[in-house]
Ligand binder design. Structure first.
Ligand SMILES: [Zn+2]
Length: 538
């Protein structure tokens, strides 16, 4: 036997032996579970014996939607998420502009959220940023990731200054003077990213590895990550090269299930020409579904809605891909035997994508297709029923209710708001629902996500339709059992049952026995990947 974990309170999530104190592992696979005595008796002189010190253990967590590479890159930006006043941000940026001027670089900030500011809630425009610096390019991205803002210098350097409302093909905003006002929506931000995030393969590797190490500290043994064509368009070859080298060099400590994302025909054609299939693996890197980003975000009112925003009657959001284009891209993916997932926040985006998936599953029927919707936010019950009928997987971000719970009703009205983010109804209908953080939009920490999945608590300390929450056990399963289902790995991962790979997280508290608030004070003691201790708290 390679390793015996003993003296634990191990909740396996496996029906045969729901709770055991010890586990015997060989070649990363759980061969036996049972009492300390019985398991320790299996040890020979080469066996590692690991004392869990009476602590509580669960199957390792998997975050089913995040962005490793982008998150790694964003970690090097000025993080504005803690700012509670615009004036505070002006000060921080002015100080950085002094350094940026000397170093010949941009002032680059991320994660601002104007909803949290006490002095103004206006999204800063070109003039506000020019007041910080005129000779240094200043760029800041909103926390939602779907909107950013630039000063005049940055617009000039990105080649956006000459754009005009009447003729532009880009999603950007203009002021009453007819000039760009600095707001860039959706992929137009890519014009700036191309300049400030022009990374080499070696940089990409470092950013991904750095981020995976941090993920281990949060009990993550695997992630589903969207890394292609997000930092810059057409970077998919570079990203794959980075993963291949990380695998070769033994520098990928967790499993990465890639949500292969494309906007353009050339991108998906190039990808399909590589010859990989759904669930082909290169070490810990696996090709997952093909992903599309159907719309934007709620906060920036770019999520595509069937009706105008209640609090912004001019806006109905943005469909990133025309009906024809998404259908053609999806046909290519389905014909090649890939599952598909789509980022949908608004109900119009969901409608578009469900129509496309309905068409492709009929035209290219395949056993075990697991198409899914990432975010699954605004929808009515009729759409939810169709979702269930099509047996799609719901990839939800429980922690989003913290901020969204304060704005959804204003955006879409209470009637639709109550039907949206309805995880209780999804569960009751038997929908496969898995959890994620959308890091770097939110931190990739499953424990707070469990808390929000159950409590539906908002930033203002009041829960938002708490009756739409799930139980703690259901929430835990979203980050374990259901995550394994989403990646077709339910036979080999997701529980600590006999015959499965030993992916485990050890916590400092038994979260099933503590008050729910304690989830926010629980820490990870140890993370085990494929039977090896990959992280241990110092
Ligand atoms: Zn995302």
């Amino acid at each position: 036997m390679d390793t015996i974990f003993y003296n634990g309170v191990i909740k396996t999530l496996d029906e045969a032996y729901p709770q055991v104190s010890a586990m015997a592992v060989k070649d990363g696979v759980i061969l036996r579970v049972g009492s300390d005595e019985a398991m320790l008796a299996l040890a020979d002189e080469h066996t590692k014996k690991i004392d869990l010190e009476g602590k509580f253990a669960l199957p390792g967590f998997v975050d089913t939607h995040l962005h490793l590479y982008m998150g790694g890159a964003f970690a090097h930006r000025i993080n504005l998420s803690g700012a509670r006043r615009w004036a505070e941000i002006v000060e921080i940026c002015k100080a950085d502009a002094v350094k940026a001027r000397k170093e010949g670089r941009w002032v680059v900030c991320g994660k601002f959220n104007n909803d949290y500011w006490s002095d103004t809630n206006k999204i800063p425009d070109r003039h506000d940023l020019d007041a910080i610096a005129e000779d240094v390019p200043v760029f800041m991205q909103r926390a939602c990731g779907h909107l950013s803002t630039c000063n005049t210098k940055a617009l000039q350097l990105a080649g956006l200054w000459e754009e005009r409302k009447e003729t532009t093909k880009l999603t950007m905003d203009f002021g009453s003077d007819g000039l760009p006002n600095g707001y860039l929506r959706e992929r137009t931000t890519g014009r700036v990213s191309k300049i400030i995030m022009n990374f080499e393969v070696e940089d990409v590797k470092n950013l991904i590895e750095e981020t995976c190490q941090k993920a281990l500290e949060k009990g993550l043994v695997g992630v589903h990550s969207h890394d292609f064509n997000i930092v810059s368009d057409g970077d998919q070859k570079k990203v794959l090269q980075a993963y291949k080298e990380l695998v070769d060099e033994g520098r990928l400590p967790i499993r990465v299930y890639q949500q292969n994302t494309f906007r353009e025909h050339e991108q998906i054609d190039d990808f399909l020409s590589w010859g990989y299939h759904q669930n082909d693996s290169i070490g810990r890197f696996t090709f997952g579904p093909v992903k599309f980003v159907a719309d934007g975000s709620l906060g920036s009112h770019s999520a595509a809605m069937r009706k105008p925003y209640k609090n912004d009657p001019e806006m109905r959001g943005i469909l990133n891909l025309s009906d024809e284009k998404i259908l053609n891209l999806a046909e290519k993916a389905a014909a090649a035997g890939f599952d598909m997932v789509a980022h949908c926040i608004g109900d119009r985006a969901l409608e578009q994508v469900m129509n496309v998936f309905e068409h492709t599953t009929k035209k290219y029927p395949r056993a075990n297709t697991r198409n899914g919707i990432i975010h699954c936010q605004i929808m009515d019950e009729e759409q939810q029923d169709k979702f269930r009928e099509m047996n799609m997987v719901a990839y939800v971000q429980p922690i989003f209710v913290k901020a969204d719970g304060l704005v959804v009703d204003d955006c879409v009205g209470e009637e639709l708001g109550r039907q949206s983010y309805n995880w209780r109804r999804f569960k009751d209908m038997g929908v496969h629902m898995c959890g994620g953080s959308d890091f770097p939009i939110e931190p990739f920490d499953p424990l707070p996500n469990l808390y929000y999945a159950v409590t539906r608590m908002t930033n203002k300390g009041k829960p938002w339709y708490p009756e739409n929450g799930v139980t703690l056990d259901e929430a835990v399963r979203m980050f374990t059992v259901e995550a394994a289902y989403a990646s077709h790995e339910e036979a080999t991962r997701g529980t600590l049952g006999v015959g499965k790979y030993c992916d485990m997280v050890v916590l400092d508290k038994n979260i099933y026995e503590e008050p729910i608030e304690e989830l926010l004070n629980t820490t990870v003691e140890m993370t085990v990947v494929d039977g090896e201790v990959a992280y241990r708290k110092k």
